[in-house]
Design a protein around this ligand. Structure first.
Ligand SMILES: *[C@@H]1O[C@H](CO)[C@@H](O)[C@H](O)[C@H]1NC(C)=O
Ligand SMILES: *[C@@H]1O[C@H](CO)[C@@H](O)[C@H](O)[C@H]1NC(C)=O
Ligand SMILES: *[C@@H]1O[C@H](CO)[C@@H](O)[C@H](O)[C@H]1NC(C)=O
Ligand SMILES: *[C@@H]1O[C@H](CO)[C@@H](O)[C@H](O)[C@H]1NC(C)=O
Ligand SMILES: *[C@@H]1O[C@H](CO)[C@@H](O)[C@H](O)[C@H]1NC(C)=O
Ligand SMILES: [Zn+2]
Ligand SMILES: [Zn+2]
Length: 578
């Protein structure tokens, strides 16, 4: 191979790595961004396509992983895409998974570059790519939700997401540093800005004692009927994580939740950070040591006392499950890594990975037959999934709107929601995916958690969300007196703060309209969106972008934001590290 080709190959490979790596950092719209001077702006669409073609041809001739990896490191350093150490470590960490996925993949250059650089550079997946099959059972007549009869019970559901425990968090360590994650004992400093004891407003995750403090607080402020816990357990030091470390995080945090919350049932979902390397979730058709067997088996073991045997079985093979959690209520925990643009394994085959959506249809049909309501939990919200996946999911939510009582997600680290409308007119709101803010501070946030008040357990309960509360740890306050147990306080409750009568889909749709007209109300939302710690102002374009996101239950749909005068046409989130 001519050296020119070799470096091209390295470039592309690095592209894949850096992309897998950078997309590990959560999305944020107008939020604070890391500006390290590394980035994608250097790679054009044409370069990308040429590189993909070259890699494609060469790997058919000779699949020399180490050579490609070596060059990738060189290119990484030359292009200054990351610090030298991080280039080296990231390439070693990602090479096997990424190259294997690549060699098995069926993608063409324009698809890959569309995936890497956005839709302006090619179609990554087309709306009509694949369709799940719905059973030939007519949809039940639509009945608008009615408030619960006075005096009926309400369930309190504790919702934890994106804990991101940093094993190496060190109070006093540099809170700004050269690496993508700071406040760590090994962070290389370029100034004096010491990390606080309980956490820091920076690109930092949380020390264990803050997570313990949270759990201690919730344990004495219950009771909770159950816990939904939607993943992302390890920190953002994704360039150096090993399987052993990820399993240690899984076991440590699971153990703490068990310790503090005791007999309360906990229902987890798999986040994109649980794997090593991050975002690497091969579909079950990939066997051998690259499969997710190591992770799902450990999860099934750790979560054994929370889940019944049939749920543990699907968890072990595919990372998702369903279980009945009350007389008329069923939980579905989805493995949203099978919808994620960041999961490079989906290059192999992105048609309903693991058959998850077809499985979901089966579960929902059976629930409908049995007059059960269903709660869906998952990590990545559906509005940012790959297009075909997202559109199929939207269709399922439409068909089973009478059965799906609520949807709960995390991953963005921000407080937000996504509204689902009827497919025919896109005007009747029929479901809401609630997106709760993270436990972690990453990036520039207060630590926090959510409590959902849900129509409780009685015959004919709707099991819908009636209200929600968000709690935070005010880091400014907490770090003033490190030795004093910090106060977790109510930041807001939804109905009160937004002046809503109820929390049904139509109320959330009206709220978005009120945001549009009433900027004062929108600014309150902007403040709460960041858990009470705002680093940037949000004016016209930013506001339109965010309102569009709130309306977008399915990705890449220009129809959903038409009347917002939205310039970008579809919901676009900024990636923090891009
Ligand atoms: C990458 O792009 C940035 C600006 O977008 C530029 O300053 C830098 O020199 C470029 N690096 C290379 C190696 O082209
Ligand atoms: C999927 O369904 C859409 C809409 O019903 C249709 O236009 C498309 O052709 C279908 N695609 C496939 C691959 O069957
Ligand atoms: C998978 O197995 C191969 C060969 O046995 C080994 O070289 C490699 O390190 C293994 N990979 C992982 C992630 O364990
Ligand atoms: C991809 O997976 C789907 C569903 O599992 C299967 O029907 C299809 O044949 C697969 N496509 C390829 C190219 O392997
Ligand atoms: C956190 O505490 C600081 C200092 O007391 C205060 O200025 C700030 O408003 C508080 N933030 C929130 C969200 O309550
Ligand atoms: Zn996260
Ligand atoms: Zn995530």
């Amino acid at each position: 191979m001519a050296s020119r080709t070799v470096s091209s190959l390295g470039g592309l490979f690095l592209l894949l790595i850096a992309w897998s790596y950078s997309s590990a950092v959560p999305l944020s719209h107008q939020g604070p961004r890391l500006d390290l001077g590394y980035g994608w702006s250097n790679i054009t669409c044409t370069t990308c396509k040429a590189l993909v073609l070259a890699l494609d041809i060469s790997l058919q001739v000779e699949s020399n992983m180490d050579l490609v990896a070596e060059v990738a490191v060189k290119v990484c350093k030359t292009l200054h895409l990351a610090e030298a150490d991080i280039c080296q470590q990231a390439v070693q960490l990602f090479k096997q998974d990424v190259i294997t996925a690549w060699v098995m993949s069926v993608l063409r250059p324009s698809e890959v570059c569309g995936l890497l650089l956005g839709t302006d550079c090619g179609h990554w997946d087309i709306g009509s790519d694949w369709n799940i099959t719905l059973p030939p059972v007519p949809k039940p007549p639509i009945q608008p939700p009615v408030p619960p009869p006075p005096g009926s019970p309400t369930s309190r559901v504790l919702f934890l997401t994106d804990i991101h425990w940093d094993h190496s968090y060190a109070p006093g360590a540099p809170a700004t540093c050269k690496e993508p994650l700071c406040c760590r004992s090994q962070s290389s400093s370029d100034g004096h800005n010491p990390a606080g004891y309980w956490g820091e407003y920076s690109t930092c995750d949380l020390p264990l004692h803050t997570i313990q403090s949270l759990l201690q607080h919730v344990a004495s402020n219950g009771p909770f009927d159950r816990v939904y816990w939607t993943g992302d357990i390890p920190a953002h030091n994704v360039w150096e994580q090993t399987r052993t470390q990820q399993l240690d995080a899984l076991r440590t945090i699971t153990g703490l939740i068990r310790k503090y919350l005791g007999p309360v049932p906990v229902y987890p979902a798999v986040g994109n950070h649980e794997s090593a390397p991050v975002n690497s979730f091969p579909p079950p058709s990939v066997y051998g040591n690259l499969s997710s067997h190591w992770l799902y088996h450990a999860m099934a073991q750790e979560w054994e006392e929370w889940l019944p045997t049939p749920a543990l079985e699907t968890l072990r093979t595919s990372g998702f499950y369903t279980t009945k959690i009350a007389p008329n209520l069923r939980l579905v925990s989805l493995n949203m890594n099978f919808c994620a643009t960041e999961n490079f394994w989906l290059m192999v085959n992105y048609t309903d990975p693991a058959g998850q959506l077809q499985w979901l249809v089966g579960v929902l049909q059976e629930a409908e037959n049995n007059h059960e309501k269903v709660h869906i939990i998952g990590h990545i919200p559906p509005g940012i999934c790959l297009k075909s996946w997202s559109w199929n999911y939207y269709r399922i939510v439409n068909r089973y709107e009478a059965t799906i009582a609520a949807q709960f997600f995390g991953h963005t680290h921000l407080d937000e929601f996504e509204i689902f409308y009827d497919e025919e007119t896109l005007s009747r709101p029929l479901s809401v995916a609630f997106i709760a803010p993270s436990v972690t501070t990453f990036i520039n946030l207060n630590p926090g958690f959510r409590v959902y008040l849900v129509d409780g357990e009685y015959p004919d309960s709707s099991h819908m969300v009636l209200d929600h509360e968000t709690y935070i740890l005010n880091l400014t306050e907490a770090n003033k007196m490190p030795s004093v147990a910090p106060q977790w306080t109510l930041l807001y409750s939804a109905l009160d703060t937004y002046g809503m009568k109820s929390s049904y889909p139509s109320d959330w749709d009206q709220l978005v309209q009120r945001f549009f007209w009433d900027d004062r109300l929108f600014q309150i939302f902007w403040f709460l969106h960041h858990k009470g710690h705002v680093s940037e102002v949000c004016e016209e374009a930013c506001k339109t972008d965010l309102l569009c996101i709130l309306r977008t239950g399915r990705s890449n749909d220009p129809q959903l934001c038409k009347d917002l005068n939205h310039k970008g046409k579809t919901a676009k989130r900024r990636k923090s590290l891009c």
